[in-house]
Design a protein around this ligand. Structure first.
Ligand code: ZN
Length: 138
């Protein structure tokens, strides 16, 4: 069995953003040479997510509005976590949007359903952060 590991780095200039990383994941898959197996991608930070959904800007706006309703950034004083930091909402947003995705690899391709794309969700950006890609198979 072959295995492959790579870190993808991000420096998002805003506090929150959704970035389509599908082509970067496909580059990893090509680099790995693995044709059949499983791919894991996870955020390596507790204030960021990796998730799969549609690449549609209206939906991403809706996510942002929805997440702000559930875990609003302001006022930062409403959270006990925010002693010396201001990112309690980012921890909660990450919890809702998830840590990782697993995708089947079939004949050298991501074996997606219709419209599926992989996103890095940033909830406390403006610094260097990363996601891990691990691929196993043959
Ligand atoms: Zn924190």
């Amino acid at each position: 069995m072959k295995h492959f590991r790579k870190e993808l780095w991000f420096q998002v200039p805003t506090r929150r953003a959704f970035i389509n990383i599908t082509s970067q994941i496909e580059d990893c898959l090509r680099e790995s040479g693995i044709r059949n197996g499983l791919l894991l991608c996870n955020a390596m930070h507790i204030t960021a997510s990796v998730f799969i959904n549609d690449d549609e800007s209206g939906l991403h706006h809706d996510y942002d509005v929805w997440l702000e309703k559930i875990a609003p950034h302001e006022p930062v004083s409403q959270y006990r976590h925010n002693v010396g930091e201001d990112n309690a909402d980012a921890h909660m947003k990450r919890q809702i949007m998830g840590r990782e995705v697993v995708v089947a690899i079939t004949d050298g391709k991501l074996d997606f359903g219709p419209w599926e794309q992989i996103f890095y969700g940033e909830f406390d950006g403006r610094r260097k952060k990363r996601a891990l890609v691990k691929i196993i198979g043959e």
